[in-house]
Ligand binder design. Structure first.
Ligand code: ADE
Length: 241
């Protein structure tokens, strides 16, 4: 299997959507292999305990390190990236997704409660790259839904997973700008018209209009993205928009 995804979680049922839709079809076609593992199989007490009170006090519980170490020893091939979703992580972006899609596979460690004992990530760094990442500036109850997001973003970039390569190249964020609006038939609908240039057949004019819409939308919704573009990314025509 070209790309392998392993997820370790105390809520394996939460990951069942990984078997559906785009990714499910990629799995059927043998392009991606997905395995979900229950962390509790690596506990050894009667109550299958995975958490404990935080040293230093404070609210919530922290995931114990030993079940995680056993899980990673069982599931992670040496050199495979370990991804730990956490609101305290570095941002997960399209560039990160594209970089990870060039690797042989990923192992995800889903924390619940107040997170996983930090020594797990520190120890795991001795066997390959470890990425503590956040999918956005909000707090989820656990890493499971973040893993669904990241696996979808990465696997759709794998060769053969999305039928139309162009639809990946033109995505929002691929060139650092937001994608502009799209339209389909009818040309006139409930008093709202498709922009005339799109019906003109003038492909150069259409390309210029799309670029301008992309710039206008990015300036309105994500001025931070415009400010972050590298020198030379904007032409004089772009600046005139
Ligand atoms: N776990 C809880 N919140 C998260 C977030 N924003 N990103 C990734 N993992 C999380």
């Amino acid at each position: 299997v070209p790309f392998r995804v392993d997820v370790v979680t105390i809520f394996p049922e939460y990951l069942t959507p990984l078997r559906q839709s785009l990714l499910g079809k990629a799995a059927e076609r043998g392009l991606v292999g997905v395995e979900v593992h229950d962390l509790r199989q690596w506990t050894d007490d009667l109550h299958r305990t995975v958490d404990d009170a935080p040293y230093g006090g404070g609210p919530g519980m922290v995931m114990k390190p030993e079940p995680w170490a056993r899980a990673l020893e069982a599931v992670r091939s040496p050199g495979t990236r370990l991804v730990v979703p956490t609101p305290a992580g570095r941002p997960f972006t399209q560039a990160v997704a594209a970089a990870w899609a060039t690797e042989p596979g990923l192992v995800f460690a889903c924390g619940r409660y107040e997170g996983i004992d930090q020594r797990v990530a520190d120890w795991a760094a001795g066997a390959g790259p470890v990425s503590e990442v956040s999918i956005g500036d909000y707090v989820l109850a656990g890493g499971e839904s973040a893993v669904l997001v990241m696996v979808e973003a990465v696997t759709r970039l794998l060769p053969g997973v999305v039928g139309n390569r162009e639809s990946v190249e033109y995505d929002s964020h691929a060139d650092g700008l937001l994608e502009g609006p799209s339209y389909t038939r009818p040309a006139s609908w409930r008093g709202h018209e498709v922009p005339a240039v799109l019906l003109s057949g003038d492909h150069a004019a259409i390309a210029r209009w799309r670029r301008a819409e992309s710039l206008r939308r990015t300036a309105a919704r994500r001025p931070d993205l415009l400010a972050a573009l590298p020198d030379g990314a904007l032409t004089d025509d772009d600046r005139a928009v």
